[in-house]
Design a protein around this ligand. Structure first.
Ligand code: DX5
Ligand code: ZN
Length: 216
């Protein structure tokens, strides 16, 4: 399986958003991770459509949109219009998970479902056949730059085993506290896609850092 890196634009310099997006565009990262927070589902507010459109203008890469918002079903269509190739919603934010996944697929994007560190895999298991991506949170969603929760590694291994049995095409993405120091273990545990914010944008040479994480 090809490894995919998805740099999180949350850690970009918003005063230089075009520059930072073009850096990702030139780099070996295949996806661009877009963290949308509403101050309700998580205790932080990030950005919405105008910023996402600015990112879309500066890169043609695949936009991986992570919605940390309540009632995500209300906004799926607009995120796809704004350029999302993958829309990931949180299982904890939805009453009708299957309905929201149908909406995402119907609007032409790939379907993603995420879970907080404290949410067991059993919460997403019933939806695996409908999912292009499972996004395992390896920090509490809400902020960039947090430390990786070590138990997440076992969760990825367990999910890899589960996916192998019931939905082999579903990708495993891991998000939070990832750097070249722990990426190797995550790839080995079965991750297909790694998100990295602080590690990439905090590096003196972000493009080289992206390659280090991909080759870890
Ligand atoms: C956290 C976000 C992450 C975050 C990752 O709520 O979903 O995508 O930006 O950033 P780092 O790599 O800095 O933990
Ligand atoms: Zn994210």
């Amino acid at each position: 399986m090809k490894k995919i890196l998805s740099p999180s634009m949350l850690s970009a310099d918003f005063g230089n958003l075009e520059r930072d997006t073009r850096m990702v565009d030139r780099s070996a990262a295949a996806w661009v991770h877009i963290d949308v927070m509403d101050g309700v589902f998580v205790p932080n507010i990030s950005f919405g459509f105008p910023v996402m459109k600015a990112i879309r203008k500066a890169t043609s890469k695949f936009l991986d949109v992570h919605l940390m918002i309540v009632d995500p079903q209300k906004y799926v269509g607009r995120f796809v219009e704004a350029g999302a190739g993958l829309v990931t919603v949180h299982v904890e934010a939805l009453e009708d998970v299957a309905g929201c996944l149908d909406l995402i697929r119907g609007s032409g994007a790939m379907t993603g479902l995420s879970l907080r560190p404290g949410t067991p895999l059993s919460a997403i298991e019933p939806y695996l056949p409908e999912l292009d991506v499972v996004l395992v949170m390896s920090v509490e969603p809400g902020f960039g730059g947090q430390s990786f929760i070590p138990e997440s590694l076992d969760k990825v291994r367990e999910l890899r085993e589960l996916i192998g049995r019931v939905s082999p095409g579903t990708l495993i993405e891991v998000d939070g506290g990832i750097s070249a120091a722990n990426a190797g273990e995550l790839w080995a545990a079965g991750a297909d896609v790694l998100v990295a914010g602080a590690a990439v944008f905090g590096a003196s040479d972000p493009e080289t850092e992206i390659e280090k994480i991909l080759n870890a």
